[in-house]
Design a protein around this ligand. Sequence first.
Ligand SMILES: [Zn+2]
Ligand SMILES: [Zn+2]
Length: 265
Amino acid sequence: MDARLTFLGSGTSMGVPTLGCDCPVCTSTDPRDRRLRPSVLVQWTAPNDGRNRTVIIDTGPDFREQALKTRLKHIDAVLYTHSHADHIMGLDDLRPLSFASIRAGGPIPLYASPDTTAVLERIFDYHFSPQSTYQTRARVHIEPLAERVPVHEAEFICVPVRHGEMDIAGFRFGDAAYLTDVSEIPESSFDLLQNLTTLVLPSLRHHPHPSHATVKQAVRWAQRIGARQTWLTHIAHELGHEQTNRMLPPGIALAYDGLEVAVNL
Ligand SMILES: [Zn+2]
Ligand SMILES: [Zn+2]
């Protein structure tokens, strides 16, 4: 089934430009050096009824702006990779898209691990608490993140990865996979990443970070996994788009906000 992967944001947690910074990347005029917080959309058209389906992976602090830019009108499900602020803080902006007047089919399912669920329920207790009297609360409900998450005609397979001290989720869907915030890929997860056409890996910067991969590490993983094309995301302001792409091997490139890639579910 033909589908489309859209990068809503390719930046690290602080975004690029980074507040208060005048470095060459933060002041660059190349639009690909402007990076919102990391998130992707997966969209396809249902073969039986022709309906457009949309799954979003993470709702970061830039979700509202990203949704406006992509004219997002409908969400079938949200998948959460983990509970850090740059991946969840846009949950509140799901509200208008969740109201029954706009969305047929009931509350939006949010798929989250137990750790992520605990954080979502604490931060957004005014949506999730049974005692909440907040009138315009989001019409959403949290579903446990299973190894396989079916969403209508598609299936998302959970790919466990390490993010510093945390166990978090990446996702495989059809011939594509999206991994963000990775410091280590367990051996067992490489088995879930075979025969990929499109692979998304994180690559923060050149010098090491305790919970994020460097460019070198991402290239090593990309070459081992061997997808036809690897896109790097979760990029900090140390990496200029043009300049970094020139030094990357063929088949590996930095992603950028708005990039659309055809995938097969
Ligand atoms: Zn992050
Ligand atoms: Zn900067």
